[in-house]
Design a protein around this ligand. Structure first.
Ligand code: GRF
Length: 205
């Protein structure tokens, strides 16, 4: 039993969810998966880890606020204080931001502020950049615009295909996300860190 209880928000395959769950030394208990798609692969992963899943489809609600209010009630019921977005394909709205500002983080597969939004790895590949990477950042009202916490570079090799680059970027994500959670939450539970610090973590070649 740890001090901090967190939820992962995910809509997709859940490889980052898995990386967080497999990092068993994190100073946080992930006690809930919030998922906005009933057909998402990540739901099965959560079952395998014995994690409660809250599946709620926004299209069933008249407005984002009503959807997020239901999610908020669940988070409060479980005493959750941190939210980790991992492939949650929605913009977080006012209801969750008001209650969890500076305690919602996201992982994005580019070196922000470059290539925000969808298909970031494809965007970087098509732009023929020499280096891309991954970013963990606080979540604000924008699309991948919140303050950056940490980044990890991934060198684009001359013979990279989109697939090989994608694999290395994901590999970097699976390293960086648990590392940031470990550092951020570990420090926060011991001392009161300033909310926004920037750390560069090593490269993936
Ligand atoms: C990751 O690339 C993440 O950075 C992005 O969405 C993807 C989710 O992948 N936001 P997965 O579901 O964690 O495998």
């Amino acid at each position: 039993m740890k001090n901090v209880r967190a939820a992962v928000f995910a809509s997709g395959t859940g490889s980052n969810f898995q990386a967080i769950m497999d990092a068993t030394d994190l100073p946080v208990d992930v006690v809930l998966l919030v998922c906005d798609r009933s057909d998402a692969v990540v739901i099965d992963k959560a079952k395998q880890y014995g994690i409660e899943t809250y599946v709620l489809e926004p299209k069933r609600f008249s407005a984002k606020e009503a959807y997020e209010q239901m999610v908020l009630e669940k988070l409060r019921e479980l005493g959750i204080t941190w939210l980790f977005l991992a492939g949650y394909m929605r913009i977080v709205g006012t209801v969750l931001l008001t209650s969890y500002r500076d305690r919602i983080i996201n992982i994005h597969p580019s070196l922000l502020p470059d290539f925000p939004g969808k298909d970031a790895i494809g965007q970087a590949y098509r732009a023929a950049v020499g280096t891309t990477g991954v970013t963990v950042h606080y979540v604000d009202e924008g699309i991948d615009t919140g303050p950056i916490i940490a980044q990890q570079e991934v060198v684009v090799k001359p013979d990279d295909t989109l697939e090989t680059l994608t694999n290395r970027v994901h590999q970097a994500e699976h390293h960086l996300y648990p590392a940031v959670i470990r550092q951020l939450l570990g420090e926060k539970t011991q001392t009161s860190l300033p909310a926004k610090n920037t750390t560069k973590v090593g490269n993936v070649q």
